[in-house]
Design a protein around this ligand. Structure first.
Ligand code: SAH
Length: 246
């Protein structure tokens, strides 16, 4: 048996930081690509903000980002990782191994997201314009790799307890919310983002069923207040009640 040397630890420095439409963890879709209207930039930090370091990257449409779940508890925290986790996809009850999950509470707090690359801007340092990221603003990024579909796309793969994309709820906007969107220069894209985020049903799994309450999700510079409604046919819908400055 081979023992890992006990002193084998690593010090990693972020190569960049995310600026995104998601000021908060709550409400962010649970995988990338589920809200394609979500905008983000990856701003490279010195000394990595060198245009040479991204030469050729613009010819790739998608990137893998490795990053740190910096808002999840670290090893020193009593809420740190546990061997079993409760994935929201299983309703928050059933448990699977942390390494069988994409949980944010994991050893080393490493995250992995496949994102769309829209543009490489090297006019002032390096800024990668991204779409569909599932990352909170301020997320430290450790590495970037171009996505290779011929090696990494496996449509035949088995996906355990998450065999398909999660179902989407219908989303309706109140007259007040519609009026706020109509007044904003980014109203169309913000409306699309709200629709895509709320369709994912961001409520914590264990709260489902407590319908009377109003929830809030922060997107861009606003707080989106919404309710969940069960109609007579048992169809669950999201009602956007109001959109207020955050
Ligand atoms: N695609 C990634 C992330 C999956 S978990 C992976 O598989 O590793 C997605 C959740 O991570 C989001 O719902 C969001 O709430 C959370 N999240 C995003 N950025 C985070 C951060 N910097 N720290 C902690 N949690 C974060």
């Amino acid at each position: 048996m081979i023992d890992a040397p006990p002193s084998l630890t690593f010090t990693l420095s972020p190569i960049g930081v995310i600026e995104s439409d998601y000021p908060d963890k709550f409400g962010i879709p649970r995988q990338p690509g589920l809200a394609s209207a979500a905008r983000a930039s990856l701003v490279l930090l010195p000394p990595f903000d060198d245009a040479l370091a991204v030469r050729g990257l613009e010819d790739f449409s998608h990137l893998w980002l490795t990053f740190v779940f910096h808002l999840s508890p670290d090893q020193a925290d009593s809420r740190r990782w546990t061997p079993l986790v409760r994935p929201p996809r299983l309703g928050g009850n059933a448990r699977v191994g942390v390494f069988a999950s994409r949980s944010t509470h994991r050893p080393n707090r490493l995250g992995l997201s496949l994102v769309e690359l829209v543009e490489v801007d090297t006019r002032c340092g390096v800024r990668l314009i991204l779409r569909g990221a599932d990352l909170v603003s301020g997320t430290p990024v450790l590495d970037i790799k171009p996505y290779l579909p011929w090696a990494e796309s496996r449509p035949e793969a088995r996906a355990g307890f998450a065999p398909q994309a999660p179902p989407r709820l219908a989303v309706a906007f109140s007259a007040a919310a519609t009026a706020i969107l109509a007044d904003r220069p980014d109203g169309d894209s913000l409306g699309e983002l709200i629709q895509q985020v709320l369709a994912q049903d961001p409520r914590p799994a264990y709260r489902r069923g407590a319908e009377a309450r109003t929830y809030g999700v922060r997107l861009r510079d606003v707080d989106v207040r919404f309710r969940i409604q069960d109609d007579d046919a048992g169809e669950v819908r999201v009602q956007v009640v109001e959109i207020v400055p955050a």
